[in-house]
Design a protein around this ligand. Structure first.
Ligand SMILES: Cc1cc2nc3c(=O)[nH]c(=O)nc-3n(C[C@H](O)[C@H](O)[C@H](O)COP(=O)(O)OP(=O)(O)OC[C@H]3O[C@@H](n4cnc5c(N)ncnc54)[C@H](O)[C@@H]3O)c2cc1C
Length: 473
């Protein structure tokens, strides 16, 4: 049974009185979990009707679409909400413990060779987005000093004399209602108005980094007859020549979520038949055939995601006291890479460490810590988007050679299981957030590709050279 964690719990005079969190989605709830150990009271406001069971929400339209929970994210959420993974598994969520054979992974036109024994332990969990959010919400609701209230926050209130935010103004029929707080957290998501508020209060707006990805999502829930498909996670990313991709997850209620997506502002599939056509193009025949035999449940949900956006609060010289920003309000990552929730959980970890260390510049230090963990992930995404996926946009000169090397690496990972495992762990944000291979791994990829090239050349000229001479296999 789940119990409230005990790390770094503060008590007595050092504990602050009241923290307010705007937004009760993944970022807001994770932040509230951290804050409740350092504040007497935490109030989380959300404008949405929060359902008492796992259900879709009006204010989070992305929740209908496939949400991959990275292996690192599962670990981070478990450290925030002890017992979460066990209870999700008990609720039927698939737990893939050293089961790479249950994962089909295509990236930039290459299919990773994951059907082999792993050298390191690797466990992934496959909850639906609504299941994960509900599990986290009910744990947060059960915290004795946290209250989740359905209210729309109009804006934080800024005190010019103190140069600090002192609380929030809640929207009400007449005059806004003021609620005081020592700390206000903006977890209101991608559509936050924080840059405009900063400007109103006399601060600079943050610089924004963006990548124009022009993604269109179309998602259909399905049932697939038993035995037709062995995998529980099916991912086929787009490539330079294939602007449509697909993600499919097996959910806890024995249904499947099938998301097809397009990049470069192309329209996503509009019908289930068109989704099947994408599956035919990007998946092995057996998986595509399973989808064709599926029974669609309900309507197709659509979503547009025009740009990835990183607001560089870390670059601002001045930032108000009493305020921090977390989650998509800071960085909203290309959703097809499945990183947003995991990055949010990492940020909650930064906040926990800073509060435990008694930080006197919470916003500044959190902004810098967030930037440090965001940079490698953002950069690899941008390199993929702009060099391997056919999106247009300005990029530094070195993106292209790095992208080309990465393409070579993925090519080698199709048949070299060591490289495939290395990629899977990095993609899952487990070993490091940097997707930069050490020299030994680069050497292995070059050796592997050269050997294949020699083998193909030998076969063409009738030689009998060993076609698979990769060392250490
Ligand atoms: C199509 C799509 C697919 C995605 N797929 C993945 C995936 O596979 N894996 C992954 O890890 N991530 C994925 N993401 C990202 C993921 O959804 C987010 O990173 C995650 O939800 C965390 O966001 P958040 O909590 O910061 O904001 P949101 O989830 O956007 O929540 C913001 C909350 O704030 C509330 N709110 C806003 N304004 C106010 C206000 N003024 N007053 C009160 N409440 C307010 C809203 O009601 C909402 O509940 C995807 C995103 C999209 C768009």
């Amino acid at each position: 049974m789940w119990q409230q964690g005990t790390w770094d719990r503060m008590s007595g005079p050092g504990k602050r009185a009241h923290a307010i969190v705007i937004g009760a989605s993944i970022a807001g709830l994770s932040t509230a979990r951290v804050l409740c150990d350092f504040y007497d009271r935490v109030t989380v406001y959300d404008r949405d009707d929060l359902p008492p069971t796992p259900a879709y929400r009006a204010a989070v339209p992305q929740d209908r679409h496939v949400h991959i929970l990275m292996a690192r994210g599962a670990n981070e959420f478990e450290s925030l909400f002890g017992g979460l993974l066990e209870e999700m598994t008990a609720a039927g969520v698939a737990k893939l413990e050293n089961r790479p054979d249950c994962i089909h992974f295509g990236a930039a036109g290459h299919v990773l060779g994951t059907g082999h024994t792993l050298r390191h332990e690797f466990t992934a969990y496959v909850p639906s987005r609504k299941q994960l959010e509900w599990q986290i919400r009910r744990r947060t609701t059960a915290l004795p000093n946290v209250e989740i209230v359905q209210r729309d926050v109009n804006a934080p209130l800024f005190d010019g004399e103190r140069q600090a935010v002192t609380g929030v103004l809640l929207a009400s029929g007449g005059d806004d209602e003021f609620v005081a707080a020592d700390l206000v957290v903006d977890a209101s998501g991608r559509g936050t108005r924080l840059p405009a508020w900063l400007e109103q209060w006399g601060f600079a707006r943050p610089a924004e980094q963006t990548v124009d990805v022009g993604i269109g999502y179309a998602t259909q829930q399905l049932t697939i007859p038993n035995g037709l498909i062995a995998e529980k996670v099916v991912v086929a990313g787009v490539s330079r020549t294939q602007p449509a991709g697909l993600g499919m997850l097996y959910y806890e209620d024995d249904t499947w979520g099938l998301t097809t997506f397009t990049v470069g502002h192309l329209a996503p599939p509009q019908t289930f038949a068109q989704m099947c056509t994408v599956a035919d193009q990007v998946l092995p025949a057996s998986q595509a055939a399973a989808i064709r035999q599926a029974e669609p449940l309900g309507d197709i949900a659509f979503h547009r995601y025009p740009v990835s956006r990183w607001r560089r609060y870390d670059k601002l010289r001045r930032f108000p006291g009493g305020l921090i920003a977390v989650g998509d309000a800071v960085a909203s990552f290309n959703p097809t890479y499945g990183q947003g929730m995991t990055m949010t959980a990492l940020q909650a970890g930064h906040l926990r460490r800073l509060l435990a260390a008694g930080s006197t510049d919470l916003a500044g230090e959190l902004n810098r810590a967030t930037a440090k963990s965001t940079y490698p992930v953002w950069t690899m995404n941008a390199i993929g988007d702009l060099t391997l996926h056919g999106n247009d946009g300005p990029s530094p000169w070195w993106y292209r050679p790095v992208g080309a090397l990465f393409d070579q690496f993925l090519g080698a990972a199709e048949t070299d299981p060591v490289l495939a495992e290395w990629f899977l762990r990095r993609f899952s944000l487990l070993d490091s957030l940097y997707m930069v291979p050490p020299a030994s791994i680069v050497g292995r990829a070059i050796w592997h590709n050269m050997s294949l090239w020699w083998a193909q050349r030998g076969a063409a000229s009738g030689s009998t050279r060993d076609p698979d001479p990769v060392p250490g296999r």
